[in-house]
Design a protein around this ligand. Structure first.
Ligand code: PBG
Length: 328
């Protein structure tokens, strides 16, 4: 045995062989496309820091989701940009006027099999830009988790009535998954799954998104409820709690700087796991590609393959439409 020369390169000699032994592939069915929904008609406003991404009014969104469907994408994640912000974010649970609600009704009407996932949070809807109700504690304004849970119940019930298929609470509010499960069940939506942003880090990579969704905090930051990027064990506790509270899918966010977390969460829990390839990750690739410093297609496919290889089943990515086109 000692003399048998082992050459792993034998299986790398040509593309056919390589594809036969390839361990990870990105499929169109893995992709979830995030979309920003705006009030009004005929609105298609490009997001400066996210080239190729737009704020769309419902009529424009209709074209976009049809295009995504034709490309083979079967799931979209909706973010709403309200017309009127207030301290509680009341527009987020308005059945008739809420933009997510309008968008969900439209999509389910034209493409009943397109999975509509709604981002469930308040930061886009509040005038202070925080992810819930704020209250004063020891002379400081802090997030009031319990009051926020009450409003989250109203928001998910309204999304569900509009036809949303999956709700995705993104605020890292303690107890949110449990409260949302309870509310959905109470209102008769026992069949609607929850995709929990379980391990969401307080990351600088959300920068471009805050411009896109017009949801930057007016004061302070989100480090009091989103996770410290330095923590790994805490992520496992967060995921475990969300599973206990009823999460059907768990998510790690961002993706690229957190591949170790994706890998460990998948290994520890064996849950359907999503990873969010966030706005800042998208913007970096776009900027480097625009300068001619990187091959965009190669970079995107390598990044998404790596996120899948780490353990993610689902990839939430602004590159979704491009990737689906390349894979066709
Ligand atoms: C909060 C939310 C954020 C993102 C998704 N949901 C921003 C934040 O927490 O500040 C970021 C997504 C991205 O950067 O692409 N509703």
């Amino acid at each position: 045995m000692a003399n048998i020369p082992i050459r792993l390169s034998r299986l790398r000699a040509n593309e056919t062989l390589r594809s036969m032994v390839r361990e990870t592939t990105v499929d169109r069915g893995d992709l979830i496309a995030p979309l920003f929904v705006h009030h009004g008609h005929g609105v298609k406003k490009e997001i400066r820091s996210m080239p190729g991404q737009y704020q769309l009014s419902v009529d424009q969104l209709k074209e976009q989701v049809r295009k995504l469907w034709d490309l083979g994408i079967r799931a979209v994640l909706l973010f709403g940009i309200p017309l009127r912000k207030d301290s509680a974010g009341t527009e987020s649970w308005d059945d008739d006027y809420g933009v997510i609600q309008q968008a969900a009704r439209m999509i389910k009407k034209i493409l009943p099999d397109m999975m509509v996932i709604s981002d469930v949070c308040f930061c886009e809807y509040t005038d202070h830009g925080h992810c819930g109700v704020m209250a004063e504690r020891d002379g400081q304004m802090v997030l009031d988790h319990d009051a926020t849970l009450e409003n989250l119940r109203l928001q998910v019930a309204s999304h569900a009535r509009a036809g949303v298929d999956i709700v995705a609470p993104s605020g890292m509010i303690d107890g949110a998954v449990g409260a949302i499960r309870e509310a959905l069940d109470e209102f008769g939506f026992t069949h609607i799954p929850i995709m929990a942003y379980s391990a969401k880090y307080a990351s600088c990579f959300y920068g471009p998104f805050r411009e896109a969704a017009e949801g930057a905090p007016k004061f302070g930051d989100r480090r009091s409820h989103q996770m410290d990027p330095a923590n790994r064990e805490e992520a496992l506790r967060e995921v475990e709690l969300d599973i206990q509270e009823g999460a059907d899918l768990v998510m790690i966010k961002p993706a690229l700087a957190y591949l170790d977390i994706i890998s460990q969460v998948k290994e520890a829990f064996g849950m359907p796991t999503a990873a969010y390839n966030v706005s800042g990750e998208y913007a970096m690739v776009k900027a480097a590609a625009a300068s001619g410093w990187i091959d965009e297609k190669a970079a995107v496919l390598e990044i998404l393959t790596s996120i899948k290889r780490a353990g993610a089943d689902l990839l939430i990515t602004y590159h979704a439409a491009d990737v689906a086109g390349w894979l066709r």
